[in-house]
Design a protein around this ligand. Structure first.
Ligand SMILES: [Zn+2]
Length: 140
């Protein structure tokens, strides 16, 4: 499954810090791949990706593709944005419960004709900025 990419047309206001370890995640996301690390000993997923399992301390971690669907746990619209995001406000943020059992926070993307409601089905998308990708969520 490849995430749909939405072109944003500007650089990220607060780009993530990419390390040698997280480079796999960010390069994959740029190609629409949604993946994180999974422990090969206890089978638990972790997000953000980690080189060591926080559940059993195993170092046998593998990159695995994830389901990109889930439900909207909570959301808000930001009007009084931090200085670095002022040019983008107002914008919506959300916490999404993914089918795989992860709960993550992302930008919430408007979809014409859809009002945001807690519990509604959503999917992850790639927000393709000029300098790299970020995760986003939008209603199905
Ligand atoms: Zn483990």
């Amino acid at each position: 499954m490849t995430l749909e990419a939405i072109s944003v047309g500007r650089a990220r206001a607060y780009p993530p810090r990419v390390t040698a370890f997280t480079q796999t995640f960010w390069e994959g996301l740029g190609r629409g791949q949604w993946q994180t690390t999974c422990c090969e000993d206890c089978g638990k997923f972790t997000f953000p990706p980690k080189p060591v399992c926080p559940h059993c301390w195993s170092e046998r971690m593998a990159w695995k593709p994830l389901s990109h669907r889930g439900s909207l746990y909570s959301w808000t619209r930001v009007h009084a944005a931090p200085k670095v995001f002022v040019d983008e406000s107002p914008y919506a943020l959300c916490v999404v419960d993914l089918e795989i059992g992860l709960r993550i926070a992302t930008r919430l993307v408007e979809r014409p004709g859809k009002n945001f409601q807690c519990g509604m089905p959503v999917e992850l998308v790639v927000l393709q900025f000029d300098d790299g990708p970020l995760l986003g969520t939008r209603p199905l």
